[in-house]
Design a protein around this ligand. Structure first.
Ligand code: ZN
Length: 400
């Protein structure tokens, strides 16, 4: 008898994360008409008419009920792109008032969503957009970075009622103090790089050039913080769709086009090698320098419909950043100890008690597992997901 721990929950080929950057208490009034128009809002208008959150829900998420979103939120006054902007930007901390707190907290508490940490201001503006310095590049010591993160976490806690579990470097930019600041601040997981850019030598992509490790989770620093890679541009299929083609039937037909098939090979590679599929977007296109923020859910709506439609018949696990990190920690730190042919226990720290782990039986395929609490769970095609509990598990081979 041999029992393996599955790489991903429910023995999925890949975890799928939909990551949306820069949801914030911010609005750019790009036509100076004093009211919100599509694409101007970064979260300031919450879920009101023509808000970006409403667009996300109604144009995308309603069609794909399994998809989960991890939002990366600058918690303070998010700055604009330059010191003399072309358009008026309104920006407040996420805890500025009760309505804002309620909005961000209700998102985080929804089972489909997570609010992750993305700095306080996002960085510092210069005279041109290209002079922008990203938040983690600004810190001259670990202490300075940790202090600033502490201020940000206080805002997050005030709005959301708990500490953030993970986050992402603003603009994927960091310096020699950054990783240690994430370690000391106690984050479980973090997104350090735009990993896909390593193919093109982008400086924000880290040094790993081996796709088999570069597109997988890694660990860093003394606490073994889990590094979740950023592996897919949500605009993968941008340009190959006509406007207004967000209907699934049309997506289905277009997925057969050769150019689309060729682009989808990026996803096929990740699935085939059981790597992380993390789809990257921004919540809105509007910027106070008049440029369009790319990628964004407005310009990529049809591309995202195509991607999620393509994934519909694949064996994937839709999860948030924290759900992925929790599974990886259980998988890496809990050991299966076979006692006899038909019994096993988990050797584990009690902090993992109650979390789920997926097991695979290699030679014999039992029909059910009897838990220590005497609940029985069916084994399907040699695979079973069970909670980690104290006590003995019994492997039932017959139709007991
Ligand atoms: Zn950002």
């Amino acid at each position: 008898m041999h029992i393996d721990k599955c790489k991903w929950y429910n023995d999925a080929e890949s975890p799928v994360l939909f990551m949306i950057d820069d949801l914030a208490n911010t609005w750019v009034d790009t036509n100076n008409n004093g009211q919100v128009d599509w694409g101007e809002d970064w979260g300031y208008f919450r879920d009101e008419d023509r808000s970006s959150f409403r667009f996300l829900q109604e144009r995308l998420l309603v069609h794909f009920p399994d998809v989960k979103v991890t939002f990366f939120v600058p918690v303070g006054v998010r700055v604009g792109m330059m010191d003399r902007p072309l358009f008026k930007q309104v920006s407040l901390p996420i805890n500025a008032d009760e309505a804002s707190k309620d909005f961000f907290q209700s998102i985080h508490h929804h089972p489909r969503f997570e609010i992750a940490y993305h700095g306080t201001t996002h960085g510092k503006v210069g005279s041109r957009a290209t002079d922008f310095i990203q938040e983690w590049e600004l810190f001259r010591s670990v202490e300075e970075a940790v202090e600033r993160i502490g201020e940000g976490i206080a805002i997050y806690e005030d709005a959301i009622g708990e500490r953030p579990q993970g986050g992402k470097y603003c603009g994927y930019m960091s310096n020699e103090h950054s990783d240690e600041s994430i370690n000391q601040a106690g984050f479980t997981w973090w997104c350090r790089y735009w990993n896909r850019g390593s193919e093109h030598g982008d400086p924000i992509s880290g040094l790993d050039k081996n796709p088999l490790t570069n597109y997988d989770v890694k660990r860093f620093a003394s606490q073994g913080v889990i590094d979740i890679p950023s592996t897919l541009d949500g605009g993968l299929l941008r340009g190959v769709y006509q406007a207004d083609m967000s209907v699934k039937g049309i997506a289905k037909r277009l997925l057969r086009k050769p150019i689309v098939r060729w682009k989808l090979r990026e996803i096929d590679y990740l699935l085939e090698h059981r790597l992380v599929i993390s789809i990257q977007e921004h919540i809105a296109p509007a910027r106070d320098d008049g440029q369009r923020q790319s990628p964004n859910i407005f310009d990529d709506c049809t591309s995202l419909v195509g991607i999620f439609h393509y994934l519909e018949d694949k064996k994937v696990w839709y999860c948030t950043g924290t759900e992925l990190a929790n599974y990886v920690n259980v998988r890496d730190h809990v050991q299966v100890v076979l006692l006899e042919e038909d019994r096993f226990i988990f050797d584990h720290d009690t902090k993992y008690t109650g979390q789920e782990i997926t097991l695979k039986f290699e030679e014999v395929q039992p029909c059910r597992i009897l838990l220590p609490n005497l609940h029985a769970i069916d084994v399907v095609a040699g695979v079973v997901t069970v909670p980690v509990l104290q006590g003995e598990y019994t492997i039932l081979k017959g139709g007991v």
